[in-house]
Design a protein around this ligand. Structure first.
Ligand SMILES: [Zn+2]
Length: 152
């Protein structure tokens, strides 16, 4: 079967399986349903891994348990390590008591929307999260980023 045929089949299968799903262009978290979603300035001065994490934070499609449980990843519940019922971006960035905030260096604002829509705050949040090493897929990025920072 040609790749194009597979794509058409998968697309029609998904459309039939979930006809009332939100259209792709609307699938973003509430706090980023604004015009800044396509603001490329937010990603300026970010390494590729940082830019990826910024997008994941803003869309909440990130390797935190709430999203993984939503995807029905086996043996994953939405609980946070601290016992909070949902390990979401907001919980991890602002409230989780298990997270070391001593090097957070975010803006004094505790408003997630302003953190995620301001280029400087977003960059700080992304670098802080990579530094925490809580997202396995960013372990290599952390090593490379820190090596880069330490060598410059
Ligand atoms: Zn927590």
């Amino acid at each position: 079967m040609a790749l194009l045929q597979i794509k058409v089949y998968v697309k029609s299968y998904l459309a039939a399986a979930a006809p009332n799903k939100v259209p792709p262009d609307k699938r973003v978290a509430a706090h980023v349903r604004d015009t800044t979603l396509k603001d490329h300035c937010l990603h300026e001065n970010l390494y590729k891994a940082e830019s990826s994490l910024a997008t994941q934070l803003r869309t909440e499609k990130i390797g935190f348990n709430a999203f993984l449980a939503q995807l029905r990843v086996p043996n994953v519940s939405s609980d946070c390590t601290c016992g909070h019922p949902d390990q979401t971006v907001k919980h991890v960035v602002l409230f989780c008591p298990d997270i070391d905030r001593s090097n957070e260096n975010l803006s004094p604002s505790s408003d997630l929307n302003s953190i995620l829509t301001n280029a400087a705050s977003l960059r700080k949040a992304v670098r802080w999260l990579i530094g925490l090493n809580i997202l396995p897929q960013f372990h290599l990025a952390r090593e490379l980023l820190w090596d880069n920072i330490n060598s410059s």
